[in-house]
Design a binder for this molecule. Sequence first.
Ligand code: HEM
Length: 403
Amino acid sequence: MPKSFTTLLDPDVVRDPHPTLAELRRTSPVVWDPVIETWLVTRHEDVKAALGDPRFSRDRRLTKSYTPPDPETWAARHDEYTMNVSDETQHRRWRKQLSAGFTPRAVRRMEGLVRAVVSQFARPLIRRRGAVDLVAKFTNPIPNTVISRITGIPPYPGEEDRFRQLGQDVIRQFFPMADAENKRRGEQAMNELAEWIGKLADERRQEPQDDLLSDLIVGNQGEDAMSNVEIIMQIVVLVAAGSETTTLGGTHAIRLLLEHPDQLALLRADPSLTRNAVREVLRFDFGGAGSMPLVATEDLEIGGVVIRRGDMLMSSVSSANRDETVFDAPDRFDITRDTRETLTFGSGPHYCLGANLALQELDCMLEGTLEFLPEGARLIDDELEWESIGLMRRPVNLPVDFG
Ligand code: HEM
């Protein structure tokens, strides 16, 4: 093990994982973290292979260290019912039930809705002066509003803020190494969301509407019919997987462009670079050093290291995205580079179901930003606040001086 590596939980690693990940790629590409009790894989080739390897499961109940949550809690139901932790047969079933709503064609149909939501939050920022927090005013509300409109929850205006807060509380309890407070708040939020979605599901059974919640009910009849718990869990996964992540992508996108004025100027001069700029943001700076845990279902070997059945493994996408054997000068933020090997949406059968939607939202968010952000706008560095949750570190705000 390299001298400088003790654990991914080291606050210096959480603050900036890249120097440590670069060293691990060079010296110990498959390394044991004795504090988290997980293997960490850092080279692009190994990260991609592990994500697509059927011998790894996302079902954390298979880990040796799994402590079952109280069976009456939503944390327990989450471990049993959600697509991103379930195994093959169940996974295929749930993924099929949801996927029709997320094909490239379906997402193109949503473009008008996404544009309308982005414009709702971008319009008030045009010709603004002074300091503006773009997380609060722009990147935070958009993804959750989009997902609540698509799913059909909540149907009434005015409830979107509460819905957004619940979605964010839910996802934080599932971040690797989330603390007790995040778990407690997550459980509370799940109770409220479950009641909300369950009631709406009952209403949609009586009177279907033009939304995903109704599609899940109408489109899955007979032996495919979904129970209320299944519906609640799949919708919660969409809300949780689709809001905080996309908010983070949008926040990093604006931050990185403000920190790299040459790249911002390039994008202003050639807006056809937007999609690649989004991909470069996701490559350059997205999550923390770890990943959602995988569990080995049999003894196997990666790079000469034996992983035992039941061992936990994190496939470090952040590290893969900076692998110098795949990306030229990986520590340079360059919106014109070839970004095709970026792994931020995962790889293999669990590849992010919402990737097309997320990319479309982020494209629209960047286009909206270029419209409202005046030339000369600057990031107010000393007011930028960061928050660490487990292995992740994220900006809580994005203070920008509009001049
Ligand atoms: C920038 C935004 C996003 C990022 C970076 C992201 C990333 C990911 C990653 C890394 C995975 C796990 C892949 C794996 O296990 O191999 C995943 C799974 C998933 N994501 Fe996303 N995601 C984003 C946005 C969204 C959105 C907008 C939605 C839907 C509304 C969504 C829905 C899902 C679902 C349902 C899964 C589980 C897929 C499965 O297990 O088959 N995500 N996402």
